[in-house]
Design a binder for this molecule. Sequence first.
Ligand code: UT7
Length: 358
Amino acid sequence: MSAYDRGVLRSKILGLGSYVPERVVTNEEIAYLDERHVRHETKRTETTDEWIRARTGIEQRRYVPNDESTTCSDLAKWASERALADAGCSASEVDCIILATLSPDIHFPGTAVFLQSRLGIDGEGGCPCFDIRQQCSGFLYALQMADNFVRGGQYKRVLVVGSELHSHSLDYSTRGRDVMVLFGDAAGAVVVGPTETDDPREGILYTKLGADGSGAMDLHLKVFDSKKMPHIQYNEKWGVPETMYPQMNGKKVFLNAVRAMNLSTRAALEATGLTWNDVDWFVPHQANLRINEAVVHYGEIPPEKVLNSIQLYGNTTAATIPLTLDHHRKEGRVKKGDLVVSSVFGAGFTWGAAVFRV
Ligand code: UT7
């Protein structure tokens, strides 16, 4: 009798995949780009490679082609196909989609239904589709949902995706440089399904999430303001809606990220009874290498067990966890079955940690 039949279900990650666009934008190049990602002769933004590297650790990021051909759900599709292939299952077997993004295709409907169509599994009898709007914490928020759906016996193949197309909504000028240099485009995905075992050290061992709405406006992108009439207001001076670009209180976000990721990582180890000797990898959210170095320092985490990818991809918000894992799997470091502790922090404020085998 399988664990599924006995009603003692646990869930596990069946497959992992990621996608990054081909175009590499270096720190040197980004200063010369306009909002259509065209390189100019003279600088458009007062920033330097030295500043970006020293403050964030970022060296380059990826951008989708600047021909208006790509959507967030395209990136999600390409990552999902890789995760499905890795899991050895077809799109038609997916019985639930949970997609995390802060850069949706359009305001509504959510992007998960566009992904469903792009995967060719829409139509009568189509699976339920959820959008998660928890920014940099979105992937772990989605993973907790998937874990509980599978444990509860509701679904057997949950596609969990973090996908972001940031490069179309950034302020390519000195005014927006603090945020603009941070973000890149990418997607990552996993397929979650039931395990054959009820061993508590297998599959997804632990997820715990949190949020503090008092930090909501410390990192936000309005796009519109529903109390205004009409709800999008133009700024004569800027020549674009004043709500168009992300706004951030960088120092406050930084300090809260270090604190929340440190505390949630410690709580994850305590709850599971694991030590760093038992764990193969620590995979923190990739917002700033300095945040991760501080979390590693305060958490006394062995540096050789820490996986980062922000140097190459920038902050890809909901995509960072599966992208970082997949990047290091391709490099030959991460192996199937490795035990991972992950912690995240993002706008909201939101945060969380998870322990799982990849
Ligand atoms: O996933 C969650 C999302 N975001 C984060 O986690 C980000 C958290 N915050 C951070 O990573 C950092 O706060 C930043 C990297 C965004 C900024 O670093 P900082 O050390 O906090 O710099 P700052 O905002 O205090 O700015 C210092 C100076 C300012 O100039 P003045 O006023 O001292 O003359 C900024 O205008 O650096 C200037 N600055 C820049 N200079 C060159 C800000 N952005 C840039 C830039 N290039 N891109």
